[in-house]
Design a protein around this ligand. Structure first.
Ligand SMILES: COC(=O)c1cc2cc(CO)sc2[nH]1
Length: 242
């Protein structure tokens, strides 16, 4: 998978050099390049924003640098990339969307700042990209970089080989609609609290059943809104939880 990110704060994406994503880049599983939008300006002040037509507070990102940046990125592959523009009004990121995006060959992230990007860029980009506006949720951030980091992590970890042990992708929260079960490690007794004895029993059938029950109970307690989707996804024995 190839990922390009365009931002006026390229250093915001530095965490992508770390941990599993960094290793995936070094292993060649993911090719990731971050571009400074200001590299696509030509004036002395490297201007990327200007005042909004119609008045109002703040500044708007100019269309020309974005068009040059997107043309530059589109020219680097012959497949039609998916352009993800993080924004509060977009499609809410969930595990299903992460899985869908993980199947794409080339993701490009356009990180807005200020009051946003000139609207004509969205239309311009549709020539060479499948344009998707993606939201993390209904709250305000100052720009798209934090959202891009979240989407990239959620997607990249689904790319085969990025997470060493693919088993750990199976019983995760939201994979089948249920939250994850509680986990424990040594010491067996800590601060007057002990590990549930079933986990020490060595009875893998009993352990699996207990863990599934815990997932049902946790989902019913913390996210009952997920239960209908889990039922549809076939998380059996839902009757116990509801
Ligand atoms: C200029 O602001 C942005 O580009 C911007 C991107 C995002 C993503 C959010 C959370 O879904 S809020 C927000 N603002």
């Amino acid at each position: 998978m190839r990922i390009d990110v365009v931002s006026i704060f390229p250093d915001y994406l530095a965490p992508l050099d770390l941990s599993l994503i960094g290793k995936a880049r070094r292993d060649g599983l993911i090719e990731l390049q971050v571009h400074d939008l200001r590299a696509f300006t030509h004036d002395r002040h490297r201007t990327v924003d200007d005042t909004p037509y119609g008045g109002g507070a703040g500044m708007v990102m100019k269309p020309e640098p974005w068009a040059e940046a997107l043309d530059h990125v589109a020219a680097q592959t012959d497949s039609r990339p998916t352009l993800i523009i993080p924004g509060p009004g977009g499609q809410r990121l969930d595990q299903a969307l992460a899985r869908e995006l993980a199947r794409r060959d080339h993701l490009v992230f356009a990180c807005g700042r200020y009051e946003g990007i000139d609207e004509r860029v969205y239309d311009y980009a549709a020539r060479d990209f499948d344009v998707r506006i993606v939201s993390l949720g209904d709250y305000v951030l100052n720009g798209g970089e934090v959202a891009a980091l979240a989407v990239i992590e959620a997607v990249a970890r689904l790319v085969p080989g990025v997470i060493g042990n693919a088993d750990s992708l199976v019983e995760e929260s939201h994979e089948d609609g249920l939250l994850e079960y509680p986990v424990y490690t040594k010491p067996e007794h800590w601060q007057g609290r002990s590990v549930p004895e079933v986990l020490l029993s060595g009875d893998h059938g009993r352990i699996a059943a207990w863990r599934h029950e815990q997932r049902l109970q946790r989902t019913a307690a913390r996210r009952p809104d997920l239960l209908p989707r889990a039922a549809a996804a076939g998380a059996e024995q839902l009757a116990i939880a509801v």
